[in-house]
Design a protein around this ligand. Structure first.
Ligand code: ATP
Ligand SMILES: O=c1ccn([C@@H]2O[C@H](COP(=O)(O)O)[C@@H](O)[C@H]2O)c(=O)[nH]1
Length: 236
């Protein structure tokens, strides 16, 4: 029996590149979708937010002189592309998925309407929330926290390139050690960058726990859903 009924899964956009330098690696996206299918087959309701770091981040545009808000809209559109790719791969793998966008592009995907999203989840469809929060100066981590709270998810699962929250960025500091549990207050006070502070604060205020785990580790999502110890739990 799964330990979770409804989850908000935040997938790393950057991880979609696989070993490529840019964009979406086919084998990687198929593997991610197969892991999602495993948990839907257990009866878990799954909503997904996917990042855009494999295509564009607003901060990168801003750093080369672009207007930051314009660059952020480009970043949000990058998440729409990833969401479409994800939903299409889901369709090929036998999952019924719906993409809902926080910015209006009705010819491409339907707009985010909360009751409709809840209906899809109750019907067993996977809902992919695209375009982040719809606002510049935010991230898809914050979108995951926001949508997770809105749909009444029991937890936000951040599937990323590292296998948990560390005392420092493990990609920069090899001596960093992993927490198996950490409170929101401690993560915020220590300024741990694995999620942005806005996402941490929103989840803390809504008493919505976060589990950070590796997207690269086969079977990790299923283990998390089954209540096994995997990655790091960030708790109130
Ligand atoms: N204290 C920390 N513990 C763990 N990872 C950390 C820490 N500080 C920084 N990081 C970095 O945070 C990264 C994960 O967050 P990031 O927002 O960069 O990726 P993502 O959300 O998975 O990607 P995307 O934004 O494309 O969806 C890790 O790859 C890691 O290098
Ligand atoms: O609510 C949001 C979400 C995202 N953005 C922009 O999109 C990119 C990609 O998202 P990541 O979370 O970094 O993967 C982000 O850098 C922002 O530029 C946004 O503006 N608002």
């Amino acid at each position: 029996m799964p330990a979770l009924k409804r989850i908000l899964l935040k997938l790393s956009g950057e991880a979609l590149m696989g070993d490529d330098a840019f964009g979406i690696n086919r084998a990687t996206i198929v593997r991610m979708v197969q892991e999602i299918r495993e948990v839907t087959e257990l009866g878990v309701e799954v909503a997904v937010v996917i990042g855009g770091g494999n295509i564009f981040r607003g901060v990168a545009g801003g750093s080369v002189g672009m207007d930051r808000a314009t660059a952020d809209y480009m970043g949000m559109l990058a998440t729409v592309m990833n969401s479409l790719a994800l939903a299409d791969t889901m369709r090929q793998e036998g999952i019924v998925a719906r993409v809902m966008s926080a910015i209006g592009i009705e010819q491409v995907v339907e707009p985010y309407v909360r009751p409709k999203a809840l209906q899809y989840l109750e019907e067993g469809k996977v809902v992919v929330f695209a375009a982040g929060t719809g606002n510049p100066f935010f991230t898809t981590d914050t979108a995951a926290a926001l949508r997770g709270a809105e749909i009444g998810a029991e937890i936000v699962l951040k599937a990323t390139k590292v296998d948990g929250v560390y005392t420092a960025d493990p990609k920069k500091d090899p001596s960093a050690t992993r927490y198996s549990r950490i409170s929101f207050d401690e993560a915020i006070t220590k300024n741990l960058q694995v999620l942005d502070a806005t996402a941490f604060a929103l989840c803390r205020d809504q008493k919505l726990p976060i589990r950070v785990f590796s997207i690269l580790k086969a079977g990790a999502l299923k283990r998390v859903v089954m209540g096994e110890d995997e990655g790091t739990l960030v708790h109130v």
